[in-house]
Ligand binder design. Structure first.
Ligand SMILES: [Fe+2]
Length: 395
């Protein structure tokens, strides 16, 4: 069913593949900037990944203005303000994010502060609140899940109020995304699994959200196919550059899909689980995805769309074997089996209790989830008792 009107936006240049990192200085020259602030985290430095990026700069005539390598796993307003101060003091003119979701979103937050000239970034939370062109931002993802390198979204924690603040604006789009297989080769199995299922959730929710359109559908379906063929094998055997590159592409495509459609209740509840119980984002999504799909299933339109997703999820033979009315349930079952396989391969928890959530946190999780913007775009209305039931079932 074609929408009568839709918008699709992805202005991010993508340099991907062998030695993609080496193109960064040239690209910066083309952007007319020469003094980057590099934002990363201690794990990236320890794993020797930052070195791959810096090596490319040494042969150029660009000067790195500063390196901030202390980004925590959960980006926060305090860290954003601290890095923005360094950016101004060292007179940088652009930003390079090297890391996973927290590093990328933190860097987008820094960009908001320095570009908008504000010292109260929290006042700009929400949709389309930014007014100034942002500084050029180059993103080098080191996980394959968030898709933040191609999205207009940043989520930053307000640790004082235990809430995750979303920022969405076309202005937040990076200028360049660099996918280089070297950057994800050493990602540990559990993080590979959880971030991969984050990408899976982006694709499934993008394909079923109210703003879905033919272009976001194409990206979502392609991403699911790549995840089906590569995620479990990569978790079992991580040092395969071709599979790592396939997962990076899946993540980027799923990101493009949801940035132009939306995410729904899986993300709404996962954000609350992150804020209240500090469950990693991808892990929360992987556990919740089949339960939210079952909740959505009694909506006939959702059943139809989940049925279509059996094709990329399970492949053409399994799709052809399943009767049309069985396909939606088989699609959900395929995701459950994928989660079980990931559990077997690396111990990724399949239940909230195993992941460290406590029942007494449920009331607060429900309350936060109901305030989350992603709940509105869920294809089926969700109320507080629905969220509680989903949590109970996933516990
Ligand atoms: Fe996500």
């Amino acid at each position: 069913m074609m929408p009568t009107y839709y918008e699709f936006y992805n202005p991010v240049k993508i340099n991907a593949g062998t030695e993609a990192l080496e193109t960064i200085p040239y690209e910066m020259g083309m952007m007319g900037v020469s003094r980057p602030l590099v934002v990363t985290d201690p794990g990236i430095v320890r794993a020797g990944l930052l070195e791959h990026v810096l090596r490319g700069f040494r042969d150029s005539n660009l000067t790195i203005g500063a390196i901030y390598d202390q980004t925590p796993p959960d980006s926060s307003l305090e860290v954003v303000n601290e890095i923005a101060r360094i950016y101004k003091e060292t007179r940088c003119d652009c930003l390079v994010a090297v890391g996973g979701g927290s590093v990328i979103d933190t860097t987008k937050g820094v960009n908001i502060v320095v570009s908008e000239g504000t010292d109260d970034i929290a006042s700009l939370t929400g949709a389309d609140r930014l007014s100034k062109p942002q500084r050029p931002l180059i993103v080098v993802p080191t996980t394959s899940g968030t898709g933040s390198e191609v999205t207009q979204v940043a989520v930053i924690s307000d640790t004082r109020n235990n809430v995750k603040l979303p920022f969405t604006s076309n202005l937040l789009m990076p200028r360049l995304a660099v996918l280089d297989p070297r950057m994800t080769m050493s990602l540990p199995p559990k993080i590979t699994a959880a971030t991969g299922m984050d990408a899976m959730t982006h694709a499934v929710e993008a394909y079923t959200c109210l703003q879905k359109n033919p272009l976001s559908d194409a990206y979502a379906v392609a991403a699911i196919g790549l995840l089906r063929d590569n995620l479990i094998e990569t978790v079992k055997q991580g040092n395969d550059a071709k599979r790592r590159f396939a997962l990076a592409n899946a993540s980027l495509m799923a990101g493009t899909a949801f940035s132009n459609s939306m995410v729904g209740a899986v993300h709404g509840i996962a954000h609350a689980l992150g804020a209240v119980a500090h469950i990693p984002h991808g892990l929360a999504n992987s556990i919740l995805l089949p339960y939210v799909m079952r909740f959505n299933l009694d909506n006939p339109r959702m059943a139809e769309l989940y049925g279509e997703l059996l094709l990329p999820l399970a492949g053409d033979e399994a799709f052809a074997r399943a009767a049309k009315r069985e396909r939606p349930r088989k699609a959900i079952e395929t995701i459950v089996l994928m989660n079980h396989a990931l559990n077997k391969a690396c111990g990724m928890p399949n239940k909230l209790g195993e992941a460290g959530v406590r029942r007494e946190q449920f009331a607060q999780i429900v309350e936060k989830a109901m305030e989350d913007g992603a709940m509105i775009s869920n294809p089926k209305m969700v109320n507080a008792s629905d969220v509680l039931e989903i949590l109970e079932l996933a516990f």
